[in-house]
Design a binder for this molecule. Sequence first.
Ligand SMILES: Nc1nc2c(ncn2[C@@H]2O[C@H](COP(=O)(O)OP(=O)(O)OP(=O)(O)O)[C@@H](O)[C@H]2O)c(=O)[nH]1
Ligand SMILES: [Mg+2]
Length: 320
Amino acid sequence: MTKAVVDSVRAGDLRAAARLMRDLDDGVPAAQRSLRQLYKHTGRSFILGITGAPGAGKSTLVDAIVGEFRAIGKTVGVVAIDPTSPYSGGAILGDRIRMQRHYLDDGVFIKSLATRGHLGGLSRSTIDVVNVMDAMGKDVVIIETVGVGQDEVEIVKVAHTNLVVVVPGLGDDIQAIKAGILEIADIFVVNKADREGADRTRRDLETMVSLNDYEEGEWVPPVMPTEAVSGKGVGELVEMIDSHREHVFIDDNLELFRREKATVELFEMLKTRLLEEAVGDLERHGLLDGLISDIAARRKDPYSIVEKLVNHSFAANLIG
Ligand SMILES: Nc1nc2c(ncn2[C@@H]2O[C@H](COP(=O)(O)OP(=O)(O)OP(=O)(O)O)[C@@H](O)[C@H]2O)c(=O)[nH]1
Ligand SMILES: [Mg+2]
């Protein structure tokens, strides 16, 4: 059974891959087993992360970038992480509409992930989907995510190249960008370059980048203007993405990248499993609700509870 799924996914079967992703969402144990087998067939895709504020034009840009990759015969997988809507909600439909050109193209596989309903965190689910697409043999896997929480910051470590999309007129926002996003951006994209203030935003970003110290041979993030709707600037952006890909694929850099990705994968999986294990155990012993009430009422503190749980075999130590 597992072998059949693994073979079908490796052969690029869209239905098998879609079913596997759904089973992973539903926590079907057999799906986990398939992932284990698939892992050794991953590591071939080029993974591109696209982060930016809601409405910055990420999906429109993804659509245009996909068009460029398809034009040179590359197959593409897209994971769109939707910040608010559940599966039946508008944003997924929106993603489909914005990527409509590719919706009927067999060479493009689009999967949306809702942020809700991932006990172990969204990073884990994203990694699973990326790995399935990688094992399917997609040449490129694109992850679209709203760059806010810590979760997203971890996710981007699985991408070879990260675009940070900003829009003109961000003013004070540049401070916010500075704080978290500079460290993840390999390329800054000033999208909606048709709007007023695009040049200013571009200069501000370039100044911000220039204030950083870069070592010899280190990648300095360029700032690229685009108009995702018309496709203007997208060709140049894809060329820059390719330059960065070449930079990452220099031996030492690639080794470093692979270790970083492996670390994120291991840690995210551990986090999920341990959490599932602990919560499941507490539930089975009928302790979870009471514990939460006790903590809420300050009768117990979460620090001591967690300490007891991890020092011993979860709930066993709380009974008896
Ligand atoms: N003027 C202008 N509008 C654009 C451009 N690119 C995208 N838009 C518009 O911006 C709106 C948001 O685009 P999306 O691609 O959905 O943005 P997003 O960042 O994916 O949004 P979320 O996924 O909801 O965070 C849409 O109405 C697009 O048509 C551009 O280059 N110029
Ligand atoms: Mg979007």
